[in-house]
Ligand binder design. Sequence first.
Ligand code: MAN
Length: 358
Amino acid sequence: MCSMETTPRRILTRCLLRPADVRPQFEGFEIIGTFNPAAIEFGDGVVLLVRVAERPTETREGYLALPYWNWRRGGVAIDWRRLDEVEVVDPRVVRLRPSGHLRLTFISWLLVAFSRDGLSIDRFGEPLLPATRYETFGIEDPRLAKLDDRFYFTYVAVSEHGVATALGSTADFQSFQRHGIIFCPENKDVILFPEKIGGQYVALHRPNPNAHFCPPEIWIARSPDLLHWGGYERLLGSEAGWATIKVGGGTPPVRTGRGWLSLFHGHIEPQRLGDAGQYAAAAMLLDLEDPRRIVGLSPRPVMQSEADFERSGFLRDIVFPTALVGRGDELDVYYGAADTAAGVARYSLDELLATAGA
Ligand code: MAN
């Protein structure tokens, strides 16, 4: 699909976590994914917040099980829908008849995992389960940033009210505070910059409007307090021509001498009906003082599925970067693989910057 000449070398690739490594939270459920991990330096090592997806194991002839969180009672429940009432969009999503509303075939929550070397998990911490009415279909795809000596994480809150993004925080990864929805539906891939710029917090986000005048794009916004956002501006879309369906923010940016470096994902259209299509990642560099300005962009993906655990799983051919951790001249990319596993791949910082033209 794309030439390899500017593809940076992977120095190493490790599968960090697979579904078999984690126990289900809900009785009668199985884990189908431990993926899209937030990651950040913590103490002497790295801490991860991993998205865990589980689904009911029971099957009933002629019915499909759609799990949800009963936020009033505080527990998981299953909606059994007749097969003639649902239309399969892809393995993750079904459309209900006659309303046309979407539902997920699984439910996600977040798991804390600690790693000393950043390349293997030593122990797990607490699970963070859905709780509010905005989280009934699960909480997904967290991203972490350290701001004012506290760790803040954004996460996708999915419910019958839409796909919104919420904010949480912690000082120690043992107790957590929820700050509510910060980007209304439809917004996901909300990514905080790790410092204030010009006196304001900055975030990337990906609105997904219902009226499709264009494919979903990456936007940028500012806030005085992390809760109230404004100053919205479009950042990136069709410039990433290789991403034929859509683009979305990937990793929180890291400061480099050439600008804010971030990997973003792009969705490439499926070859076969019912497939989800391929997800790959490219690099962008944003101006340090004015991150609304793109100062470098890799013309092609820098990361595509290569390893077996990236090529096959719940879905196929997905690498979905969600965090960068600097290691001197090298950079560890944490990512979700095939919507199933969590991986880490190491790159040379200079090679990544070179692909973005810096
Ligand atoms: C998409 C995918 C799924 C996710 C839903 C809701 O279909 O990213 O993994 O569960 O959106 O966010």
